[in-house]
Write a protein that binds this ligand. Structure first.
Ligand code: NG1
Ligand code: ZN
Length: 549
């Protein structure tokens, strides 16, 4: 069987590539201004079909979202059959297809992929797709559907939903009627699975006070609303920033990325949050989660991905011990260089910690090497993975005491409440609430597990970020030559100082991170390192990062 060239040609001609743009499938898939994505999304439709055929007709996911980015941005990501990120080797195929300049080169690129990857075109192709609430979403979905039409793909529209629900659906569809069904392959199935496990985990605990959720004016709104109905009084949810139709407000002054980067309360919550009350922010596609609270003096305290990892990992370690499985189940943590030094110290005193390069695929794969792997980025994206063998062990283990039995039941319910396919703000939120209920913690006790080192993240715009090359999980620069030793010299001058520089995978900037024992020192170190980076790349002295210098 060969490619249906005529159909592809006719449809591809309706989605021409803008001549001047280059597209790159990066850590977050393709991501740029929504108005520039038509051709890319059409071609992603084709690629999803090839991927499904290559995997013997398994269902592939396509998610149209730009997450925490501004509303005008959009993007697209492919999801592999187990609900995981697209296999890394296919990122290059995606990039090649997206950059084919004409319909003819597109067709020849497709042909090459079919032969080099030995794709059997007679296999079926199945895809499930969804989008977030962005205004450009509807027309991009139409482009995607043209891609599906071009290859005669069987496509299921999951509508407007969160990234993690789409990942859940992919896994649920592909595990239906297998020995390890992930859940019913509907949004209701997701809601039931998570809320059912949550209710079992908090049964018998004192009533949980209401939790405020900042929905970032995004797609998390409807999912949180629905989840709230399933949860009922087991976890009262109070939703804010739920306007998904007014222009310009998605992720604007709210949401998980705002909280993390500004390290402050979304102004829209100021009138609603009482001292001590727990609140959390989702991002624009609800795969990141940040908690926070105000203390008695009204000071803002942020509980980020590192704090979530610390809370959750310590709880799981305790449950594994109580279940009598300490010798059999190894719990480990995966972080990136952005993890706060305070968290790394706290965690490494308790369990194995690995540092990997930025990007969920690195974290996810490293976490798979543990029996139970907890991974979180400081920005609030993360989850917990239970290896297949561990899940069997937990399901079959015979406890010898009532205490062991209780701990084992909790672990089995955690397996259900956690969305193991990808970071999931709503699932992570339930997980956090379970631990807080079991520990009788408020935000204050949780926060005091360890003290965050003050830190600062700054962006430097440089002519060519590709010259920045790193090693040691991005903690050291190997290029430009000599720059790392200058950074080292600076860092040594600061108590508990740490700083590293890496090119962003999603923006045309170089990121500089710095931390130190006191706030002013962290700020100063960040701006001094940013200055070094700027000088190194020969930027205009007038635009040198100058704050605090
Ligand atoms: P880049 O732009 O490569 O720093 C950002 C985040 C990552 C990850 C990706 C994907 C920071 C510092 N970086 O990557 O953690 O979430 O976006 O969305 O938060
Ligand atoms: Zn996101």
């Amino acid at each position: 069987m060969s490619l249906p060239i005529d159909t592809i040609r006719a449809l591809a001609n309706e989605h021409p590539k803008p001549g001047h743009l280059h597209f790159q499938y990066g850590t977050a898939g393709f991501r740029t201004l929504g108005v520039n994505l038509d051709s890319v999304i059409f071609r992603v439709g084709l690629l999803a079909g090839l991927r499904s055929k290559k995997l013997d007709g398994k269902t592939i996911g396509v998610m149209i979202t730009a997450s925490h980015n501004p509303e005008d941005d959009n993007g697209v990501k492919l999801v592999d059959p187990r609900g995981e990120m697209l296999e890394a080797s296919w990122e290059a195929h995606a990039t090649a297809l997206a950059n084919a300049t004409t319909t003819d080169t597109l067709i020849s690129t497709l042909d090459q992929l079919v032969s080099s990857l030995r794709i059997d075109l007679s296999k079926p192709a199945k895809v499930v797709y969804a989008r977030d609430t962005r205004p450009s979403g509807a027309s991009l979905v139409a482009s995607l559907e043209d891609g599906f039409r071009a290859l005669n793909i069987e496509a299921r529209n999951a509508g407007i939903t969160t990234t993690p629900i789409l990942h859940y659906l992919v896994r649920a569809i592909n595990t239906k009627e297998t020995k390890e069904p992930y859940g019913d392959d509907t949004e209701e199935g997701y809601m039931q699975k998570l809320s059912g496990a949550f209710k079992k985990l908090v049964a018998g605990k004192p009533a949980i006070p209401p939790l405020i959720i900042d929905c970032a004016n995004g797609v998390g709104t409807q999912a949180a609303r629905e989840l709230g109905q399933y949860l009922g009084s087991s976890l009262p949810l109070v939703l804010h920033n739920t306007d998904t139709t007014s222009p310009g407000i998605l992720n604007h002054g709210c949401g998980a990325d705002f909280v993390k980067t500004q390290q402050k309360l979304p102004p829209s919550l100021a009138a609603h949050l009482r001292p001590g009350q727990r609140a959390c922010s989702l991002d624009g596609d609800a795969d990141r989660l940040m908690y926070f609270y105000l203390d008695d003096r009204g000071h803002f305290h942020m509980l980020d991905g590192d704090k979530i990892a610390a809370l959750v990992a310590a709880f799981i370690v305790d449950l594994v011990k109580s279940a009598g499985l300490e010798e059999d189940i190894r719990v480990g943590i995966v972080q990136t260089a952005y993890a706060n030094g305070g968290s790394t110290k706290y965690l490494s005193e308790r369990l194995p910690v690995r540092c990997v390069p930025t990007g969920v695929k690195h974290l996810h794969h490293a976490a798979e090497h543990y029996n139970i792997g907890v991974y979180f980025e400081a920005n609030g994206h993360g989850t917990v993975l239970f290896s297949p063998e561990t899940q069997v062990k937990l399901a079959e283990h015979q406890p010898s005491t009532p205490a062991q039995s209780t701990a084992l039941t909790h672990l089995n319910n955690l397996v259900q409440v956690i969305n193991q396919t990808v970071g999931d703000a709503l699932s992570d939120m339930l997980l956090v609430e379970v631990v807080l209920a079991h520990r009788s913690y408020s935000g204050i006790e949780w926060d005091s597990l360890y003290v965050d080192l003050p830190n600062r993240l700054v962006k430097v715009v440089v002519p060519d970020r590709a010259i920045f090359k790193t090693e040691d999980a991005e903690r050291r620069l190997v290029n430009p030559p000599g720059l790392q030793s200058k950074i080292d010299d600076l860092v040594r001058k600061y108590e508990s100082g740490r700083s590293f520089v890496r090119p962003s995978g999603t923006e045309d900037v170089v990121r500089v991170y710095a931390e130190a024992r006191v706030r002013a020192q962290a700020d100063e170190l960040a701006f001094r390192v940013a200055g070094l980076v700027y000088d190194e790349t020969g930027g205009d002295p007038a635009q040198r990062p100058s704050e605090f210098l």
